[in-house]
Design a protein around this ligand. Structure first.
Ligand SMILES: *Cc1c(COP(=O)(O)O)cnc(C)c1O
Length: 423
């Protein structure tokens, strides 16, 4: 008898974010269809977390599949230094049409972490090229910007990067802004401007930090302050981009536009790995020189992979259809109604929502960490009920593909209510 995918996997594969000694068997997925992932035994799961926030239009979307397939038999890949191709050019044109107007150039890489690395290197080298080195980065407490070294360095210090802490470069951390602290935050920026190359932030929603949400109004003030003090602003829209917060980009809720935007996750509709770092003309211009040392020396073997770019182009076509924005609005309203209904539940410490993201924070007796037992209990419960939700510690969140129906949303909410009564 052929052994199951899980058995074959366990013999040879090391999974991300997984303690392999205690992890339960991975579930072998054989098919994706719309909002569902289907396992070896035929069981269907609603992908309530969009497969780590990447899938925005549903799995195995026929339009994306068709575009990728056409591209595969036309040009699968070409070196991107000295050469270019239609998918890369058209995607850059398309992105610049929808990104904040401050953005002028597109740099391709492979994922969210590399998009962040590129952004940090652009800013640090900008100041080096200007011969006024600024070596520090400003970031938020509770931030998450990825798992490569630079991205780890600008993320909050914690369990995920503890083993590397002494190797991470120094970052100036501030709290997310509110009415009470905004003046003191602005003062700190003004005082330290000579050393701050850039400020990196997840606009409106700090994803991995626990779907923590904060007000656009005060972020706008912070961005204005950075601008006044010559500190570049980097909007890490890797999670918030492409409609997730209700507008195309979370930056669209703000009056002040960023100098740099990082994109990945929803960029290809969750089909292929691809990262984008867009920047202003001012940043780009600081690398133009007769001096070869002022070149931006960064690239990856698969930079601007044509198949990934064609998936992104197809995803963007779907995103810009009016039906998609109707769905985003429908999910946002539905989340909002459920949040209102459930918010007084005695087991909930907080309920918050921005666009298609709904987060419920469970009341706990002390142990609220990512590693809490409650997390594992909730995760298994929802799986059993055919729903993929991956709680961040005691925080459950629903972040679905935009094609999810009202019935599927209601099913998830009803199981959340069961869980609230049971655990
Ligand atoms: C997921 C994420 C990243 C890292 O992206 P990867 O593709 O996983 O490397 C960076 N920033 C934010 C805000 C993210 O949510």
């Amino acid at each position: 008898m052929e052994s199951s995918l899980a058995q074959r996997d366990k013999a040879i594969i090391w999974h991300p974010y997984t303690q392999m000694q205690t992890a339960s068997d991975p579930i072998g997925i054989v098919k994706g269809e719309g909002v569902y992932l289907i396992d070896e035994s035929g069981k269907k799961y609603i992908d309530g977390v969009s497969s780590w926030w990447v899938n925005i239009h549903g799995h195995s979307h026929p339009y994306i599949a068709q575009k990728v397939s056409e591209q595969l038999s036309t040009l699968e890949h070409a070196i991107f230094a000295g050469f270019t191709h239609k998918p890369a050019v058209e995607l850059a044109e398309g992105l610049l049409k929808i990104l904040p107007k401050s953005q002028a150039k597109i740099f391709y890489s492979d994922n969210g972490s590399t998009a962040v690395e590129v952004a940090l290197k652009m800013c640090l080298q900008y100041w080096a090229n200007k011969e006024q080195p600024r070596l520090k980065v400003l970031a938020f407490n509770n931030s998450y910007h990825g798992d490569t070294f630079g991205a780890m360095a600008v993320s909050a210090r914690g369990a995920f990067n503890a083993a590397f802490e002494s190797l991470l470069f120094e970052v100036v951390y501030i709290d997310t802004p509110n009415a009470g602290n905004i003046d003191s935050l602005k003062l700190q920026i003004a005082e330290r401007k000579a050393e701050l190359s850039s400020f990196i932030y997840e606009p409106l929603v700090q994803g991995s930090g626990g779907m923590l949400m904060y007000e656009p109004q005060y972020l706008d003030e912070l961005l204005a302050c950075c601008k006044e003090n010559g500190v570049f602003t980097i909007a890490d829209e890797v999670m918030t981009g492409f409609g997730r917060t209700g507008k195309l980009f979370a930056s669209d809720y703000l009056n002040h536009q960023p100098d740099i935007v990082c994109l990945s996750k929803g960029l290809t509709g969750g089909t292929m790995a691809l990262g984008v770092t867009s920047c202003s003309q001012k940043i780009f211009d600081a690398f133009l020189s007769d001096d070869k040392l002022k070149t931006f020396f960064h690239g990856h073997s698969f930079t601007a992979n044509p198949i990934a770019c064609s998936a992104a182009l197809a995803s963007m076509d779907i995103l810009l259809r009016s039906e998609t924005f109707e769905s985003i609005a429908r999910i946002s309203e539905s989340h909002n109604r459920f949040a209102y209904k459930i918010r007084a539940h005695r087991k909930l410490k907080d309920v918050r929502q921005t666009g298609t993201i709904l987060a419920l924070e469970w009341e706990t007796d002390g142990n609220s960490s990512y590693f809490s037992g409650l997390r594992d209990t909730l995760y298994s419960f929802f799986l059993q009920e055919g729903i993929i939700l991956r709680p961040l510690g005691n925080i459950i969140y629903v972040l679905p593909p935009y094609c999810i129906t009202n019935e599927e949303l209601e099913y998830i909410y009803s199981k959340i209510e069961v869980a609230l009564d049971r655990f």
